[in-house]
Design a protein around this ligand. Sequence first.
Ligand code: ATP
Ligand code: FE2
Length: 330
Amino acid sequence: MIVLGLEGTAHTISCGIIDESRILAMESSMYRPKTGGIRPLDAAVHHSEVIDTVISRALEKAKISIHDIDLIGFSMGPGLAPSLRVTATAARTISVLTGKPIIGVNHPLGHIEIGRRVTGAIDPVMLYVSGGNTQVIAHVNGRYRVLGETLDIGIGNMIDKFAREAGIPFPGGPEIEKLAMKGTKLLDLPYSVKGMDTAFSGILTAALQYLKTGQAIEDISYSIQETAFAMLVEVLERALYVSGKDEILMAGGVALNRRLRDMVTNMAREAGIRSYLTDREYCMDNGIMIAQAALLMYKSGVRMSVEETAVNPRFRIDEVDAPWITDASR
Ligand code: ATP
Ligand code: FE2
């Protein structure tokens, strides 16, 4: 069964094509604002301008025609409403033109399912750390549940905003990581964990204050990483304990950070837990992850009429049944 997945919740529009055993093609285009952060309408204009090229290139790479597709999946939320609408409109158009079924996919579900497919993790606690999201997720009673999450901004967002004020263009994460490697002084920043929830805006405010008072950006970057990542490791450890799972899966753009990966891997080693990192190309937002989740949903019996494909900017993973993980599959 050939599945075409379209992702477009935020800055990246992406088309992925898979079947049960192969990843056939992936084409993406990222909107990069010339100045400042993402403006939702500009991101949507970018997506609408390139989406046809992105899809045609993916089909060419997969050496198939649009009529060979058996199922269309698209990211239904959460995300920026204008971007979501462009993606949904393209998916509906393909579905109506080809007569093939369409399934709207929850975006974090895509991250976890592609992670499971490419790493071999079976039933992990997922640490999902990206621009807009910071969540700890695990499968409990037939659905993926959010055990803990940020109470304010996403960790990537916090890093990007700090970077922007320091004159570093979006996405700031990779550059802050480089600067942090040269930092030596651990500055005091608010460490904010409540149960399995986290908060990052206090770190941002304090870090910007350090910037104003002339502290070295290397030391501030180092301190941001050490503090924020220690918070993530603490909630992850708690989530493992509460859920009784013995695997960790990391996904989202911030999971590309070496220091975070090392901290998580060390904790996992000490706790006797297997830890997996979703491969770099599937870690950030991509169409393959949406195709993979759509495939699992379709096989578990999900069907959607076009009328049921309205986008949902606040769509949560625990609104979706995930019956394909069962006691037998563990
Ligand atoms: P969402 O998944 O919430 O829709 P998103 O589209 O921002 O959000 P991703 O594409 O997964 O998510 O990740 C982008 C984020 O990852 C940005 O905030 C970026 O700064 C961050 N990032 C990328 N590489 C690194 C790195 N090496 N260290 C820290 N952060 C990083
Ligand atoms: Fe994402």
